[in-house]
Structures are given as C-alpha cells and as structure tokens.
Design a protein around this ligand. Structure first.
Ligand SMILES: [Zn+2]
Length: 95
C-alpha cells in the first residue's frame, strides 16, 4: 500500500479510502505533512474496480428479474470493489 514519498510513513487504509470517496482528496502525511495527490491511472483503477463492475453486473449479468435484487448485489459489488482500491491506487508527492 502507498507510503509517503518523503519519509516512507505508511498511509492507513482508511485515509486512502476516504480520500478516494472525497473526490480524490489529497492526502497529508501524518509524520511530515507532505501532500500527496492521486495519479491519473489510479482514477481509472478506482472507477474500474467500483462503478464499472457494478454497471456491468446490473446491465448484463444480473440473474434477478426484480430490480431490488439487482441493485442490492450491484451495491455489494461496489462496496467490495471499493475496499480493494486502497491497495491498488498510487499517489505522487505534490509541491
Ligand atoms: Zn511523510
């Protein structure tokens, strides 16, 4: 998982997760205060692990005939996918 580019402090999962959901809010290192911004490829990773699988499931893969079952599983996919994203996204130090 992402570490501070300045002092190598490990960012917490929660910190990265919140950053992603708050429109890729920059992360400040607890240790040295350096600001980190999400990289552009990481934005695609975030979308392709959350929104994309949910949309694909809802449109093509759903075994349910009722929309509530589909929405329930689609939200479940969104939650599981988003929980994996802090391990996949990368941040770069910003001045
Ligand atoms: Zn730091």
């Amino acid at each position: 998982m992402q570490k501070c580019k300045n002092c190598n402090e490990q960012f917490s999962w929660t910190k990265i997760y919140h950053s992603l959901w708050w429109n890729y809010k920059p992360i400040h290192c607890n240790q040295c205060g350096a600001t980190h911004k999400v990289t552009i490829p990481s934005r695609f990773i975030f979308v392709s692990l959350t929104i994309l699988p949910m949309v694909i499931f809802a449109n093509f893969l759903s075994p349910f005939n009722n929309p509530f079952g589909t929405i329930g599983i689609a939200l479940f996919i969104l939650v599981i996918g988003s929980m994996l994203t802090p391990f996949c996204v990368r941040y770069k130090k910003s001045e």
